[in-house]
Design a protein. Sequence first.
Length: 712
Amino acid sequence: MFTEAEGKSLLSAFGIDTPRGIEIAVGQMISDDIREPLVVKAISSTLVHKSDAGGVRVGVRRDEIDEVAARMGEQLAAAGHRLDGLLVEEMVPSGHEVIVGAVRAPGLGWTVMVGLGGVLVEVFEDVAFGLAPLANEQILDMLHELRGMKVLDGARGGEKADIPALVTLISRLAGPNGLLQSLPDDVIEIDLNPVIVSGTRAVAVDARFVVGPVEDTGSAPGDRDDGRATDFTPLFHPRRIAVLGASGQRPNLANRFIRNILSGGFDGTIVPIHPTADSIEGLPTVRSLAEVDQPIDYAFVALPATRVSEALSRGAGRVRFAQVISSGFSEVEEGKDLEETLVQTVRDAGIRLIGPNCLGTHASAGRLSFVPEAPLTPGTTAVVSQSGGLSVDILRIGSLRGIDFHSVVSIGNGADVTAAELVESALRNDEVRVIGLYLESLAAAREVLDVLTRAEMRKPVVLLAGGRTSEGSRAATSHTGALAGNHRLWPAIARQAGMTLVDSLEDFATALHALSTLDLTVKPNGRDAVLFGNGGGASVLGADALERQGLATPPLADSVVEELDGLGLPPGNGLRNPIDVPAGTLAVKNGAIAKDVLAVVLAGSEPAVLISHLNVGIIQRNLGETHGDVTGTVIDSIAGARDEATSNTHQLLVLKTDGSADTEALITTYAHRARTRGIPVFPAFEDAALAARAVLEQGQRTYQASRDADGR
């Protein structure tokens, strides 16, 4: 461990402001150029937190140092510590106490924390995290995530902190050319606690550097000797598929895979590989990969783990991609050597490996899937998942929510092809518009962050993270390390990478559906929303749901309300926002009145989103016989008003059910009708609100990226 004086000397060398001071022996005099008042700190090889043990005294005069040292020595001795010396520094003027720290973790690099509270930081836990290197705007994003940012801004007449000075301090620590990049590998934790931020300075008055063992992270998955990007086209549009592990007698997972792709309409060549059987699932077999007569685009491997490497070694120069479904590799301790052998085997053979310990690849246009009766309508949403079982749920639930998939790739252990590599490929792929990720590894997320940071192309990315617990990444001795739990690091990575982080599979499907349906290249309009539909109480709940996602529902301008009032609507409407209209109002023009209402709103305002909500059961039960297909007409009216407006407002639709089978059937039909008109549909306000948040987050980035690409 560095002494505090050594640490501060290092900080000063990188331009980080620290107090003037000197390290002395007990009883030694200090020079006159160290100005009073003074701070006296204990130097002890066994002392971790000096303040807690009485190892800090502030406001000390020169003639008091010996007396302070004597009392400090007694106090430390009583606590089992020895006083080895003193650090005497000039006392920094008062200001806001901030902590800045960093923890090095395998696969993540330096995780950086900023928070408020000084010694109370672990009580209040008002902290934000990021991953180095940090740009200045990312540091500002971290600061604005703090609940106490208003205090730093001088709330209620308090002193306004010098935020630029604090950003500069953090940048010199954790920026692209900061101190963290120059530290040796055995420095694993840093705490600058507190940093005193006044109106004119940001000063690190305490510094703690922790030295520990260097952790071997091994070679990174996906590292290729030639450094060339892989063309994944044969994976998503395969023409020849080999299947290893199918049985000629007892149907198993590999047999079901063959049946799935045959029933899905795959019209390429399927080559079962089997050492003895003449045919499997009615298809002629080949004895081994060494005997195939033409290149194999994709090999589905479901052999016992101990047989996989040998089988694939025979495919050298013949197989482009092999997906190993088999388990028994690095997910269990005894399988780690097997996985290392497998990776070396495929690299020697020129094969790209997906998995092992995964489920398969779904590629809609390639008519390839690992699930029966797969949804194979080609779409623009590409998903990468570290979970095989969840990949099935993503396909099923996503399809029900209206998502047409480009692909879903289950990568399992990710021993060769990684999530980051597939994201990089999706960014280059013109067939893909939206990217979804299910990740359980923070290290994999870090790799994705690096890809998105350096990418020239930007597409919407939604992240569903597994393992978002409060468990810390290490048994840390620093405040920063103690607070660096996964539940903080996932949001930090998502924020820094520009991904929308969601909490459940349902939210994942909701966000992907909205992002794949709406045009995100239009200029964003802030964060205001307008609600339109039947049911006043429902509108209030909708406004609450939007507020929880960071959107507002401000009143419409008086001129807009007057124009709405001039439409001659029946009585009983609320027109300010939310726009509450009873079923009787929706009956006007058999539902076409909705186009008139929304045309007025879009002409007189420009909200970011306009959410229409319809209680389908009530509307059709009360109006169906007398006014016909009111719900369908309203949906067409929403699309018509959107198409004729010059607004960039995103239109979303909530179709609510009364739970009856008849209404559910109607909603299925109406949802399809709306989606074909480019309107995403949701079953509840909470879903629409989350979708709106995702659209605004990703829309801002997508729009800016499109302008940057055009040089504007």
